[in-house]
Design a protein around this ligand. Structure first.
Ligand SMILES: C[S@@+](CC[C@H](N)C(=O)[O-])C[C@H]1O[C@@H](n2cnc3c(N)ncnc32)[C@H](O)[C@@H]1O
Length: 204
């Protein structure tokens, strides 16, 4: 009978997906400037989920420098889809647009500057996928707008649900008949923080 590898942390760290120079430079910048980005494991997961959905429209809440947007944008470049990503901080939004342009994804990813909940009210659905990565205390306020904007069967991914501020969101989602969801406590190398929860929810 086979056993789990001796040092799972080191083992899974060795399996972190490869990525190009630009993403690595963004990771380095995030480390130096303490910008909490999803890192290559969740990034790759977002890419895979978007491809599986053959996503035509993806909504992202919380752009920062555009690291996760690039993974979503890579998937959309292949599905001929589009990403709309929302960022409160104009300087971050400016930086994200520069990285997106450098990656050749300006036609695929649009960065909207402003407070996410307000911007969501101005958007029209349907979206195939939404990725939530703003202040955790705001997740609960973003839940109903995301339900309105996602198509039936659309996917909501919420990062950092291991934070106490996400508790009301977690409890509401778990009890809701509008969603079917699962929260996973995971080891996520190069994610901020590396041990955290990730929630996947299907809009019913
Ligand atoms: C965790 S970072 C996003 C990281 C990004 N998703 C990535 O992995 O590359 C959160 C970002 O959301 C922005 N933010 C926080 N609350 C927001 C809100 N209510 N509306 C829009 N943006 C918000 C912050 O300015 C910050 O840049």
């Amino acid at each position: 009978m086979s056993n789990i590898v001796e040092n799972p942390t080191a083992y899974f760290r060795s399996l972190v997906p490869a990525r190009g120079e630009q993403l690595r430079a963004m990771e380095q910048e995030a480390l130096t400037e303490e910008i909490p980005i999803v890192g290559p494991v969740v990034g790759e997961l977002l890419y895979i989920l978007a491809r599986l959905l053959n996503a035509q429209r993806i909504l992202e809440l919380g752009t920062a420098t555009g690291y996760s947007s690039l993974y979503l944008g890579q998937a959309c470049a292949e599905t001929r889809g589009r990403v709309v990503t929302l960022e409160l901080d104009p300087e971050m939004a400016f930086k994200a647009r520069q990285y997106i342009e450098r990656a050749g994804l300006s036609a695929t990813i649009t960065v909207e500057t402003g407070e996410a909940i307000g911007l969501l009210a101005q958007l029209e659905g349907p979206f195939d996928m939404a990725f939530m990565d703003i202040e955790k205390v705001d997740y609960i306020r973003a839940l109903a707008p995301c339900h309105r904007l996602l198509r039936s069967g659309g996917l909501l991914v919420a990062d950092n649900v291991g934070f106490g501020d996400a508790d009301e969101f977690n409890q509401t989602l778990r009890a809701s008949t509008d969603w079917r969801s699962v929260s996973i406590f995971s080891f996520l190398p190069l994610h901020s923080p590396e041990h955290d929860g990730l929630c996947l929810a299907v809009r019913l």
